[in-house]
Design a protein around this ligand. Structure first.
Ligand SMILES: CC(=O)SCCNC(=O)CCNC(=O)[C@H](O)C(C)(C)COP(=O)(O)OP(=O)(O)OC[C@H]1O[C@@H](n2cnc3c(N)ncnc32)[C@H](O)[C@@H]1OP(=O)(O)O
Ligand SMILES: N[C@@H](CCO)C(=O)O
Length: 336
């Protein structure tokens, strides 16, 4: 059952704009101990929700070896996402109208601040394990830099210290697809649906790779049109547009682009040096979106860190799919 954190105070964003208030939906598993210190906190990626048992099956559900009775597991739907938290689809309390594209842009740094406000409201004094993949890893590292004494162990998967020009170009291309859908500017629930489908199809090319398509999208030998790869792209686009909102996608991709831990902190090296958590950085060998050199960059600059590279053919989405390997790596480094 989703819970709701309602922050009824003005929240200043990094860009100087202010949200009059915001809400985050979140899920918890287990019980918080008296000290508020037995916490596993999961930060979700771009299109995920606050149910890690759905998108990280086997890692955070009852079947898993992680003794969920020992921990209080928290996962919040991030600001701007469409799974219940304040987003472009929310009503602006100052106008009583749907925000739509009047919603302010926000950064990964802002998202991390909202998560910390929720953790304070929950009475959490320290987080034993803070974990996140991709955009979730961006949030987790920002939080560990902002609150270095609060985060004891940090797990960063398939992520980077600063979103690369390659990643920004991919996001901009996806936003171009969304913006080319004239319905995107409407305020109804399906605004930008076709544009979002095209954006997802573009994104998928960065989440997978040549080998994953070669091995799964095989056509009969005399095929001349209507290839399986074509129907797969259309299917994945439709699959996302059934559960996600184009404006949320647009804003969250902008937040990803904003990610740079070194901004106004000197540089990434100085920023990462603030992390006190024991850190495990996990990369996916075939990741085209967040190449392993970005995880090596993180591990080399975070004081107390280890690096593990998973030899997976899945590409970037391997951080969601290679759960059995991730579990082994977690057990190797932590007493989880
Ligand atoms: C319920 C929720 O998802 S809520 C939020 C959670 N979601 C997220 O976090 C997003 C991250 N998760 C993901 O992106 C996915 O779960 C992944 C990456 C882990 C796996 O992606 P999936 O789409 O499940 O698997 P995959 O990419 O292998 O595609 C298989 C699907 O494509 C279909 N498919 C495969 N080839 C084709 C084709 N040529 N034409 C049409 N459909 C095809 C399969 O039938 C299968 O359909 P399904 O959706 O009924 O399972
Ligand atoms: N494919 C996942 C990860 C993207 O980084 C998602 O849609 O959230």
């Amino acid at each position: 059952m989703l819970k709701v954190f309602s922050y009824q105070h003005p929240f200043e964003l990094e860009n100087g704009q202010t949200l009059a208030e915001f809400e985050l939906t979140y899920n918890t598993l287990g019980q918080l101990n008296a000290e508020g210190s037995n916490v596993i906190w999961i930060c979700h990626a771009l299109t995920a929700n606050a149910h890690p048992e759905e998108w990280w099956p086997g890692l955070f559900d009852k079947k898993n070896e992680i003794d969920l009775d020992r921990y209080f597991v928290v996962c919040a739907n991030i600001l701007g996402s469409c799974y219940g938290s304040t987003s472009p689809q929310s009503i602006n309390p100052e106008t009583n109208e749907i925000y739509g594209l009047n919603f302010p842009k926000f950064s990964i740094r802002d998202i991390a601040k909202t998560l910390n406000l929720l953790s304070k409201d929950l009475g959490i004094s320290e987080i034993q394990y803070l974990m996140g993949g991709s955009m979730g890893g961006m949030q987790a590292m920002e939080w560990a830099i902002q609150k270095p004494d609060k985060i004891k162990n940090l797990v960063l998967l398939a992520t980077s210290a600063k979103h690369s020009s390659w990643g920004i170009a991919l996001n901009e291309t996806q936003r171009m697809a969304i913006e080319s859908d004239s319905t995107f500017y409407e305020k109804n629930k399906t605004a930008g649906k076709k544009g979002l489908e095209a954006a997802r199809a573009i994104a998928l090319l960065s989440y997978r790779n040549y080998n994953t398509y070669r091995s799964t999208q095989i056509d009969k030998k005399n095929t001349v049109d209507d290839f399986r790869a074509s129907s797969y792209q259309k299917y994945q686009g439709e699959k996302l547009s059934k559960r996600f909102d184009a404006k949320s996608y647009w804003y969250l991709s902008k937040a990803m682009d904003s990610h740079n831990v070194g901004r106004n902190r000197g540089n990434c090296k100085k920023a990462l040096a603030k992390v006190k958590a024991k850190t495990l950085v996990i990369g996916i060998q075939s990741d085209l979106l967040f190449p392993v050199e970005e995880q090596k960059f993180l591990a080399e600059r975070i004081g107390y860190s280890a690096l593990e590279i998973i030899d997976s053919s899945y590409g970037h989405d391997g951080f969601l799919i290679e759960v059995e390997t991730i579990k082994l790596i977690l057990r190797k480094h932590f007493k989880l």
